[in-house]
Design a protein around this ligand. Structure first.
Ligand code: HEC
Ligand code: HEC
Length: 409
């Protein structure tokens, strides 16, 4: 019986691979004028800033702060670089942060007092946070890479909405990425399609920088001038610097740095092997590429986003990127139960993580709980159910090809 299923699947597989173009690898986006975005792990600008400006912004991103400079009172690490460093500044790391909360009688998520982020460090032991009893929904969140995120910010909302529509259409609703509109801190009252963070909690790199400066480092800035609490209790007695602590607007330089980074580069030698190329076909044919979208195009230069605060520069506009992610929320059976900027339907959804740069990390999934590609893949269920069933029916050679392809990302 199993043998028969295998033979049928192999026949299906062979038929599918004869399709003229792999449907899911087609370019999704706006214009036919196509320029590939530059890639590299080399601390070089993508052309948006000149190299001297980029180097200066990078140094600001690499600074480690002290309590005298505004760090804390509650915080997770001393600098952006602490968690965004491997293999170059701005990328990811093994550092994870903690979130916690509980559900109320109606089943709605309620964050722990003072917010679901539980800070791991404090400048004084009396304000140290911890997971209180009863906050029984807990999750780790792995650090994400910010490389190439300027291109992601330059994707039009409509492009992401179109990817979601197409998924639903082509899979008869089995796979249907959720789009959420999130507030823009730099444009009060306005929203945009979320695309950054495991929960798509932000749509702009300035909003994320402001959030991270406050929540990861405890440094207030002009768009978030109010200090965090320690589990809801004021920490004012320990705060040494007047708010906003980021008097020079470093948050703008963090955003400018990330916008000017190149996209993560492939391992070209490996990617060009016959085995990895065959693996890319497997990835498309069995449907991984439905969510892990191989190719997206950015909006044209001059397009205004984020309430007019981000006009797509020539270096970022009309660029083709290969993120292997759709920047949409899905339920693939791994949900962490936490609600951030979305509504309650997002509790068990996560953004498809872009797989570009995958070979630079091995603690996979939002909580780092899968350590091999095989584990990460077989943990997918829910919306990914049919795709994973097709994965299970691959023969050994096809699986090996898929793994080589993933290793080349
Ligand atoms: C303690 C570790 C830590 C520090 C310090 C830190 N980050 Fe992060 N960063 C994370 C984690 C963890 C995530 C994923 C968070 C999530 O979505 O829940 C993240 C995500 C991001 C993202 C989203 C990337 C994407 O493509 O979705 C951006 C942008 C970012 N951080 C910028 C910054 C900036 C700027 C700083 C410094 C002000 C900073 N981070 C400091 C751990 C950190
Ligand atoms: C329905 C959409 C969907 C499909 C189909 C899908 N994935 Fe995913 N993938 C996700 C989501 C969402 C996550 C994040 C889950 C989490 O963190 O808990 C993920 C996580 C991953 C990760 C871990 C990445 C990281 O940075 O931690 C890998 C590797 C991966 N997928 C590979 C695959 C492969 C290979 C296939 C095809 C066999 C596939 N996925 C099919 C949505 C999908």
């Amino acid at each position: 019986m199993m043998r028969r299923i295998k033979i049928i699947t192999l026949a299906l597989f062979a038929a599918l691979s004869l399709l003229p173009t792999a449907y899911w690898s087609r370019v999704i986006g706006q214009q036919p004028q196509v320029t590939e975005a530059p890639t590299g792990f080399d601390n070089k600008t993508n052309g948006m800033s000149d190299q001297a400006t980029f180097d200066h912004d990078r140094e600001v991103f690499e600074e480690r702060e002290t309590a005298e400079e505004g760090l804390g009172p509650v915080y997770n690490a001393q600098g952006c670089i602490e968690c965004h460093q491997n293999p170059v500044t701005g990328a990811a790391s093994q550092i994870a942060v903690m979130r916690a909360g509980h559900r109320d009688a109606q089943g709605n998520f309620v964050a722990a007092p003072g917010g679901s982020l539980i800070h791991d460090r404090a400048i004084d032991p009396s304000v140290q946070e911890y997971v209180p009893n009863g906050e029984n929904i807990r999750t780790l969140r792995m650090s994400l890479s910010t490389l190439g995120d300027g291109y992601v910010e330059a994707i039009a909302d409509e492009t992401l909405i179109e990817i979601a529509r197409r998924q639903a259409r082509e899979t008869r609703g089995e796979i249907a990425g959720q789009v959420i509109q999130v507030p823009l801190l730099e444009a009060p009252g306005q929203t945009r399609v979320g695309r950054f963070g495991w929960k798509n909690q932000h749509a702009s790199l300035l909003s994320f920088s402001v959030d991270a400066y406050l929540n990861e480092m405890g440094i207030t800035s002009f768009l978030a001038p109010t200090e965090n609490t320690s589990l809801g209790r004021s920490v004012a007695a320990f705060d040494q610097v007047a708010d906003p602590e980021d008097a020079e607007g470093e948050v703008n330089l963090f955003a400018q740095f990330m916008r000017a980074t190149k996209a993560p580069a492939r391992d070209v030698a490996l990617a060009n092997t016959a085995e990895a190329r065959a693996g890319a076909q497997v990835f498309n044919v069995i449907g991984c590429a439905i969510c892990h979208t191989p190719t997206i195009q950015t909006a044209p230069p001059g397009t205004s986003f984020n309430g007019g605060n981000f006009v797509v520069p020539p270096a970022l506009g009309n660029r083709v990127i290969h993120p292997y992610g759709d920047y949409l929320l899905h339920d693939v059976g791994t949900g962490d139960g936490i609600v951030q900027n979305g509504d309650r339907t997002t509790a068990n959804k996560l953004r498809t993580p872009p797989l570009w740069g995958l070979r630079t990390r091995y603690r996979l999934l939002h909580d780092g709980s899968a350590l091999t590609y095989e584990e990460a893949i077989t943990r997918h269920r829910g919306e990914a159910g049919s795709v994973i069933n097709r994965y299970r029916l691959l023969n050994e050679q096809q699986r090996a090809q898929l793994m080589r392809f993933l290793r080349s990302l």
